[in-house]
Design a protein around this ligand. Sequence first.
Ligand code: AMP
Ligand code: ZN
Length: 114
Amino acid sequence: MSDCLFCKIIAGEIPSTKIYEDEFVYAFKDINPLAPVHILVVPKNHISSAAEINSENSSAVAHIFEAAAKIAKEQGIAEDGYRIVTNIGENGCQSVKHLHFHIMGGRKLEVTMG
Ligand code: AMP
Ligand code: ZN
């Protein structure tokens, strides 16, 4: 999508700190980290949120979780544990309308479920 921030990051039109990339997935450092490790993992194909996952595009989610497990190990947070979060829409406080999963770790996270 031409006006999508994360599509532009994937295309290299906007700079990012790349952590991981393969055919389906791109991962980069969150610009405003909320934890010592805070990485965003996104599908290369534009999907606007997890609410748009369907039988045609759901393999993107499997690829993302495979990449996330790899990234967590590489970042040294796998053993102590970490969190994977995706926000959806207005009430979910989704600010960028391209599906992304936050990987956060490196410290004990708060138990906030809303
Ligand atoms: P969300 O609020 O779940 O939509 O998350 C969007 C995330 O994107 C936030 O954590 C932002 O800090 C992050 N973000 C916004 N712009 C950029 C950027 N140019 N590079 C890296 N992360 C970004
Ligand atoms: Zn996009």
